[in-house]
Design a protein around this ligand. Structure first.
Ligand code: NOJ
Length: 557
């Protein structure tokens, strides 16, 4: 049974280490999550996606798993997880887990056995070779590491401490199925499947293109030769439950995503794509360039159009892998306006929205003084590997802009000590702006806060058939300042207009909207605050001025 319940829902992503400390050790945990379930529910979301909460040495903060069927002691235990699950379900919240099976931790017992030798029962659980090929890893130099015990090289597409599993081994696939069953039997509602399009490698592991640093091996491990067979096997297990499967598809194209999402061999319900995360960079962190709204819109529209009527989009602007979006696509100087505008730019598209912890209060990037303050493996590699001719200051500035650590600072709950995240000094730096109103407590009290705006948007989406099911169309794709899109169902449309400019911009209605009756459903500036004293930002009828980062949604009949 794979039903479509996920289409009407929206999700909140928890990266637990920085969410809420409930037991006073400076680290977020399941006790903290339990305390905050009502808060999550109050946002108007319908489910939680937990980034990994399993035992892990934290070389990649949970994405290096050393035991798939347990909870990291820093976060609690299985009993506490069951309590959270039961309470979440009572509140009507679905719970999805992260399934990370492209690789394990090198401290996983399978790897510890595998490295012992070729006649070990776990010998073929990983990908071992006498001679490495030329692939780079995505996180730490070359993709092969020599193991002194086994006297061979093992493959790691990510960090050295994340050896890739050999999915061609049927025993490994049985292990994956057993992990799925373990959590599904406990009652979880689905999985977000980490880098799932990488799990099948080309058998011969040929050399990659030498001129593409970091991704030179990609053509030989992305959408690999047996991927769809393996995905079908996993789908088969999930279909015995009412399980929702969301794949993460780094660098996926529309064409290859549709292979997972459609047809009788459909193996995923949705896929996280990355195109819209490259409006200010290439491959998320490697090459930074100025933000381009035209690029962002092109990416949005490409996915909206291609999936319409065939598959379903997973909508997001932030997660634990991308820096804070106000600092990237918005403007910290226009914190409230750009934070709320960004919400409207994606929450009303067709698909299931995901909101990342702290996004709903407009958290922003942190700027730490020295590279030694950063802890994310890929940030450290980027600093030490790319643009080495630049000054330290310039390289650090790039880290401020791009580091994953910026989205991993502790959640800002109050204006008090440690932002109310913990009673003890937190495991990582808190962004000092919690003292300037960027915190849940302050925003709860403010009817026009970013927090309350997210609530309004999520409520509106859910209450509108047009916003849930309507088709998507973009207007003025080449306009460098304004994003205008329509959702339409039969004769009713919603028109969403978002200014991405820090200056007032002239906005005009699309031609076919001329003379039609429109009703303003939501605006990100408080009522009556328009300079003309009028509520409508299009006071002259078909055109008008939008204030910096102003966003509006109209219902038009
Ligand atoms: C994608 C995850 O979102 C990211 O955090 C992780 O580092 C890589 N996959 C490797 O697991």
């Amino acid at each position: 049974m794979n039903s479509d319940w996920y289409k009407e829902k929206s999700f909140y992503q928890i990266w637990i280490r920085s969410f809420k400390d409930g037991n006073g050790d400076g680290i977020g945990d399941l006790y903290g999550v339990y305390e905050k379930l009502e808060y999550i529910k109050s946002l108007g979301v319908d489910g939680i996606w937990f980034s990994p909460i399993y035992p892990s040495p934290n070389a990649d903060f949970g994405y290096d798993i050393s035991d798939y069927k347990n909870i990291h002691p820093d976060y609690g235990d299985l009993d506490q997880f069951k309590k959270v699950l039961a309470r979440a379900h009572e509140l009507g919240l679905k719970v999805i887990m992260d399934l990370v099976v492209n690789h394990t931790s090198d401290e996983h017992p399978w790897f510890q056995e595998s490295r012992k030798g070729k006649d070990n029962p776990y010998s073929d659980y990983y990908i071992w070779r006498d001679k490495p090929n030329n692939w780079d890893s995505l996180f730490e130099g070359k993709a092969w590491e020599y193991d002194k015990v086994r006297k061979q090289y093992y493959l790691h597409i990510f960090a050295k401490k994340q050896p890739d599993l050999n999915m061609d081994n049927p025993k490994v696939r049985e292990e994956v199925k057993s992990i799925l069953r373990f959590w599904l039997d406990m009652g979880v509602d689905g999985f977000r499947e980490d880098v799932i399009n990488f799990i099948s490698k080309h058998e011969k592991l040929p050399n990659g293109l030498p001129f593409l640093p970091a991704v030179n091996g990609l053509p030989y491990y992305k959408d690999g030769p047996h991927i769809y067979e393996y995905m079908e096997e996993f789908r088969e297990v999930c279909s015995q439950y009412d399980c929702f499967q969301l794949g993460e598809g780094p660098l996926t194209t529309v064409k290859s995503a549709l292979k997972y999402l459609t047809g009788p061999k459909k193996s995923l319900d949705m896929m996280f794509s990355f195109d819209h995360m490259m409006a200010d960079c290439i491959y998320t962190e490697y090459v930074h360039r100025p933000f381009s709204l035209v690029k962002l819109k092109k990416a949005f529209t490409k996915w909206q159009k291609a999936l319409n009527g065939r598959a379903w989009n997973a909508l997001y602007l932030e997660n634990h892998d991308h820096p804070r979006v106000i600092s990237r696509y918005g403007d910290e100087k226009y914190w409230r306006a750009s934070g709320t505008m960004l919400a409207m730019s994606y929450l009303f598209q067709q698909g299931t929205p995901f909101v990342y912890q702290g996004q709903e209060i407009g958290m922003m990037n942190i700027r730490l003084k020295s590279i030694s303050d950063y802890v994310d493996v890929s940030s450290l590699t980027n600093f030490n590997r790319y643009h080495l001719k630049d000054s330290i200051e310039k390289r650090l500035e790039r880290i401020w802009h791009s580091s994953r650590d910026s989205s991993r600072t502790p959640m800002q709950w109050t204006g008090g000590r440690y932002a109310g995240f913990s009673k003890k000094e937190p495991w990582f730096y808190v962004n000092p702006n919690y003292e300037n109103g960027v915190n849940v407590e302050a925003e709860e009290k403010d009817p026009y806060s970013i927090l309350n705006f997210y609530r309004k948007c999520l409520k509106l989406r859910k209450s509108s058939n047009v916003l849930l099911w309507g088709s998507y169309r973009e207007f003025f794709p080449n306009d460098p300042h304004v994003y205008v899109y329509e959702r339409r169902l039969c004769d009713v449309s919603c028109l969403i207009i978002c200014s991405f400019s820090d200056k007032p911009v002239r906005v005009k209605l699309p031609k076919e909207y001329a003379g039609r009756k429109r009703k303003l459903l939501l605006c990100n500036y408080p009522r009556g605050s328009h300079s003309s004293g009028r509520l409508d930002g299009l006071p002259e009828g078909e055109q008008g001025w939008f204030r910096p980062y102003e966003a509006r949604i109209y219902r038009v009949q």
